[in-house]
Design a protein around this ligand. Sequence first.
Ligand code: ATP
Ligand code: MG
Length: 728
Amino acid sequence: MDISPLLSGLNDAQRAAVAAPLAPTLVLAGAGSGKTRVLTHRVAWLVQVEQVSAHSILAVTFTNKAAGEMRSRIESMLHVPSAPLWIGTFHGIAHRLLRLHWRETNLPQAFQIMDADDQLRAIRKLLKARNMDEARWAPKEVMWFINARKDEGQRAGQLKDEGDPTRREFIRLYAAYQEQCDRSGIVDFAELLLRVYELLRNNPDMRAHYRRRFRHVLIDEFQDTNTIQYAWLKLLTSPDPETSPGGLPFAVGDDDQSIYRWRGARVENLHQFQRDYPGVQLFRLEQNYRSTGNILSAANALIANNSGRLGKNLWTSGEQGEPVRLYTAFNERDEADFVINQLRDWIDKGGRRDECAILYRSNAQSRTFEEALLSARIPYRVYGGLRFFERAEIKDALAYLRLIFHRADDASFERIVNLPTRGIGLKTLDTVRDYARANTCSMWEAAGACIAELGARAGSCLHAFLALIDLLDQQIRALPLFEQVDHVIHASGLLAHYRQERGDRGEARVENLNELVTAARNYEPDTEDAMPPLASFLAHAVLESGEQQADAWEDSVQMMSLHSAKGLEFPLVFLTGLEDGLFPHLRSLSDAEGLEEERRLCYVGTTRAMRQLYLTYAEQRRLHGQDNYAAPSRFIREIPPEFIEEVRPRIQISRPVYMPRGKAPAALREDTSAMGIQLGQRVRHGKFGEGVVVDIEGQGNHARVQVNFEQHGSAKWLMLTYANLEPV
Ligand code: ATP
Ligand code: MG
């Protein structure tokens, strides 16, 4: 038998791991050292050399994409179809098992899976049915509680309230929620794993069957397994006195890349594994094949700041390469322009677009890059998250604006009529819909006409909604575009609604809504068309959410959060937004463990780069609707200067860039002073009274001023052309 293809392209340490005797194995090694490659070759080795039936191999990867890649690599090595092999993510494999064993686990054959949005909606409904106030029982928190318990393998019946009334209520909600899901044959993500775990635990025959079958369980990114996933692995691989000598797990991981602690991942599983499987063979890989010397040295120096590491020393025999480059941008748009220029350069020199990745800490950061890429006509794809204008909360806000602008927009009407909940039920909506259909009129008109027909309560709720939209319309008419957006997300109750949903998702939604204000503020219509700014902005948003995302097959720049970049590699990487408070995230600054997790995330980011790594940060950033002046991220300082080259001077930018406050160039000041307004000047506004001009931005028709109004108690931004300010 020719085993050369199975061991070629491997170094000695990798070869030793691939060809290791059949025993529990742990490969503990740093980024880019070939862990995933070893795992893939091990599968092929088992089949070809150890004569293990492909049928008895289960390989767990971190993403579906990784599963697909692994499958095709294995097929090309073995020259046989890999169909009998089970390769997938934990969730994918659990799903497959449930489809096979729906009966044994009391599910209907056509059971459905619900995503996080559906789950939240179900919890809301439940709270409502139980007359529980969402202000007191935040649906997000309930969801968080349920999922975390499921990830730990606990059912409501096993939980103790510990004398805490809130916890008692959460446990009751968990029980009621599960009952509701079971009744309708619906399974949430966490349930997939828990259900399969229970299936194997409670069913000795089935357990014995799968233990005999999956003798070889291989797991990539092992450092990020959570309690239930680990429990699953143990159930599958423990010996069965009568039927099975116990399975042979093969786990690969890197403690320095554990980045899902916040979602229940337990890096301790790396230690637990060594305790649970006596005689485990441990392999370490130290040669990095991915990155140049400079990139690797920068990453090594960074991660050395963490304590309690298992410790490893990565080296490369490759070239030193170009230094890591650091760009200090004025602001987020300058940062995006810089990135675009480097991308253009790369492409002009014959590089492919999909060799380039833009990485960020928070999904809200993607918007500025998306806009810059669109206007530069560079195709891109956003991974692991919807593009900005497609996110639910953004669509909600836009629906308000759309309805205000155009009352006959039925889709927008339906989207927000009861969001946030305002007592307008399905029955009321049915009546309105029927009326609209019978009279071929808009929902808006129908609603107005139906009020009298409805019961007193329903009628007054609907009336209140119509009045709200009319009022918003009046209130925002004279405001500049971004204040229109800002006012609507506040006064509609949308922001407060999402703010109540605690947890990471709720926070992200609030951040995104505020980011929409920033988008409006930076929005400049292409031409001086006669369209009101709001109409032009809404059209822009629709176009952006349309088909402009590159097709999967099109060569496009890759954009993703750092969390979804795990395991991937790109020749050119931009690690953006390196500001204290953004990355490391504000929440982690006061918490040593949190800070270490952020540093691991930064290590994951830097080690994605193969040939060239750019670090960027902005002196001023408008994010989530606020101006922030942050210090450069401490992670930049943790990289020794000999590996970093600062990019200076700043690039020539093709589009206007908003200067840091107080640094507005003379041209801007002259322009506005021609309209009789200067910084520090006292002015009077028809509605807000007197105040002092504290900031001026933009030019000509787009000039804006910020005025500190005494009566109003805060500073407001106004469009100079509409504001009719009088100097006093
Ligand atoms: P991560 O920790 O980021 O998941 P990893 O340890 O899984 O990284 P791989 O993705 O398997 O590393 O390998 C990194 C890169 O190095 C890949 O491009 C891989 O093809 C290449 N590589 C791995 N081993 C070798 C080798 N022995 N010779 C040449 N290239 C190799
Ligand atoms: Mg890997």
